[in-house]
Ligand binder design. Structure first.
Ligand SMILES: C[S@@+](CC[C@H](N)C(=O)[O-])C[C@H]1O[C@@H](n2cnc3c(N)ncnc32)[C@H](O)[C@@H]1O
Length: 214
């Protein structure tokens, strides 16, 4: 049931709808109470509770990390987080932030500098491409992004590591799924309760990385 209505006449209908949804969204309210940087924090909390992808010795790479909601709740659970985003991110304890495109060689070099001889135990990615509303095109874009994250992951993941990436419900790519299943022990789809029902987003949770070639 709607608790708060937005009456500001200067706002467009879509802005009013967005604001009304934010004001009445239980996860937004809870995120504010807990001091989380985004409601998305609850999604990674649910993923961690179900799949236990991160342990206290883990090195975690958060791709598409801003404003920092995922890094913020993961950092206290692991050894360290390396976070990457095109946008700025305010500092967090136990998090090294790199500003840039995760696909650029400069960012990869910087990640490797932070890692020294270590490898990454978990990649968590909440990135999504810009959508255009044409379902087929949007699907291709997100599959393409997933493939790029997977290619990137092969360069830095430790044996046994995990990878969490966002995708859209619907027709996936059989080839990509086969490749993921070849490289990981288990591959599961998961829709956290914190993910809006009307959103097509789901997360692919891959565990037990077994391909150590770059
Ligand atoms: C949904 S937001 C992430 C929210 C974050 N998980 C949180 O809880 O605060 C997705 C982020 O991915 C970033 N992003 C998209 N493409 C990227 C790329 N190629 N390299 C780095 N960051 C990217 C965007 O700038 C955006 O901040």
């Amino acid at each position: 049931m709607l608790k708060q209505r937005v009456k500001n006449k200067k706002l467009t209908q879509s802005s009013k709808k967005w604001l009304q949804r934010q004001l009445n969204d239980e996860y937004v309210i809870q995120a504010r109470k807990k001091g989380y940087r985004s409601r998305a924090s609850f999604k990674i909390i649910e993923i961690q509770q179900k799949f236990k992808i991160i342990s206290k010795n883990s090195i975690v790479l958060d791709l598409g990390s801003s404003p920092g909601g995922w890094s913020q709740v993961i950092a206290p659970l692991c050894k360290r987080v390396i976070a990457v985003d095109l946008l700025d991110m305010q500092p967090l304890t136990n998090v090294d932030f790199i500003k840039g495109d995760f696909q650029s060689s400069e960012v990869l070099d910087e990640i490797r500098r932070y890692l020294h001889t270590d490898k990454v135990d978990a990649i968590i990615s909440d990135m999504a491409p810009n959508t255009c509303g044409i379902q087929k095109v949007d699907h291709l874009r997100i599959l393409n992004l997933l493939e790029e994250v997977f290619d990137f992951a092969k360069k830095v993941l430790a044996p046994g590591a995990s990878m969490v990436t966002k995708t859209f419900q619907g027709n996936g790519s059989d080839l990509l799924l086969r490749q993921l299943r070849n490289s990981f022990k288990t591959v599961s789809n998961f829709k956290p309760n914190a993910s809006r029902k009307q959103s097509v987003e789901i997360y692919v949770v891959c565990q037990g990385f077994r391909n150590v070639t770059a």
